[in-house]
Design a protein around this ligand. Structure first.
Ligand code: FMN
Length: 182
């Protein structure tokens, strides 16, 4: 017998979602990092990537002002940093300092890319549309970098990238049975 679900938690039924780290900068070029799970490619030509960001996030203001961001696809190895960046705000925490991540210059946009991540979509803001209680932040992908050897015959090798899946309720998993609960 199927159960009727609580509509407020409809999004749980879309889990797992891949955790990514979005980097932006403030007016002094200081980096901020926000963890995002609600993201998706939305157009191939032009290359557009969408991220759902709540207007209350500090990153929402930074993206609106700087008009640039990087989507860093994150491996399970850095799950503690992923959780940290998703539970602390750049309004009162210097996440670049507090994490042990390495930041490298991006090729085209000003926000840095995260070395420990296996691919980086450098985006220029194309549109930002507030829908319900989130904004769909649409970025045009203007450059892309990735770790060598993660593709085999043009297919991504998840045994190399080891993506980090978010299952909700502070629970994360890699592609095996390993799981971590904070
Ligand atoms: C695993 C995970 C995924 C998250 N995904 C999103 C998301 O897709 N969109 C969003 O607005 N917030 C998301 N959050 C919440 C933000 O990451 C969190 O509010 C963060 O502290 C905001 O940082 P900021 O204020 O520095 O921008 C997520 C949190 C976690 C832990």
């Amino acid at each position: 017998m199927k159960k009727t679900a609580d509509l407020k938690k409809f999004y749980q039924y879309a889990f797992p979602m891949k955790a990514a780290l979005l980097t932006t900068i403030d007016k002094n070029s200081k980096t901020n990092i926000i963890t995002v799970a609600w993201h998706t490619p939305i157009s191939k030509n032009p290359p557009l990537f969408g991220v759902s960001v709540a207007p209350s996030r500090f990153s929402h203001d930074l993206i609106k002002n700087s008009k640039e961001f990087v989507i860093n696809f994150a491996p399970y190895d850095i799950v503690k940093n992923i959780h940290f960046c998703g539970t602390h705000s750049g309004r009162n925490t210097d996440k670049q300092k507090e994490t042990n991540l390495s930041f490298v210059d991006s090729k085209i946009v000003k926000p840095k890319s995260i070395l420990e991540c296996f691919s980086h979509l450098e985006c220029k803001l194309n549109n930002i549309i507030t829908i319900g209680d989130h904004s769909l932040v649409v970025g045009e992908v203007v450059n892309l970098t990735y770790s060598e050897g993660i593709f085999k015959d043009d297919v991504i090798d998840i045994s190399k990238t080891k993506p980090c899946f978010y299952l909700g309720n502070k629970v994360y998993s890699d592609i095996s049975k390993n799981k971590i609960s904070f």
